[in-house]
Design a protein around this ligand. Structure first.
Ligand SMILES: [Zn+2]
Length: 131
């Protein structure tokens, strides 16, 4: 447990769980709405780890790299205020909060993620073998 808190590398989450969260959240940044095709995705802690946020799926949300880096350790509500202003789209903070809540309440599609991951590994293998 203690070791997990100290670990800040990429391996704090399994590939399968990472993909499952992307799938659960519709393969789009929960903050700005950019999709997997438009931006690089990452996983953000709704309650920052520095403030005691956990690695439970209910505290994790799909975020593009830009939003994730831009947010830093800001509290979620302050961050959503900024998102609404800089995106300047027709959505309110309350609607964004609702969207995030809806995402985190969905069941994590672990079986689906397993298939996606297996396909990814298979195509990587093929790529290497064909070189
Ligand atoms: Zn974003």
């Amino acid at each position: 447990m203690k070791q997990e808190v100290k670990w800040h590398g990429m391996n704090w989450i399994t590939q399968q769980k990472r993909i499952a969260i992307y799938l659960r959240d519709g393969l789009a940044c929960a903050y700005c709405g950019d999709t997997l095709e438009e931006a690089q995705m990452s996983i953000d802690h709704i309650k920052p780890r520095s403030k005691g946020g956990s690695n439970a799926a209910s505290n994790l949300i799909t975020s593009c790299l830009k939003c994730n880096q831009c947010r830093g350790d800001r509290p979620i509500n302050l961050w959503l205020d900024i998102v609404v202003q800089y995106r300047n789209y027709d959505i309110t903070v309350v609607e964004l909060q609702k969207h995030i809540r809806n995402c985190t309440r969905r069941v994590l599609p672990m079986a689906e993620a397993k298939v996606v991951l297996a396909n990814k590994i298979a195509s990587k293998k093929e790529e290497i073998e064909n070189k």
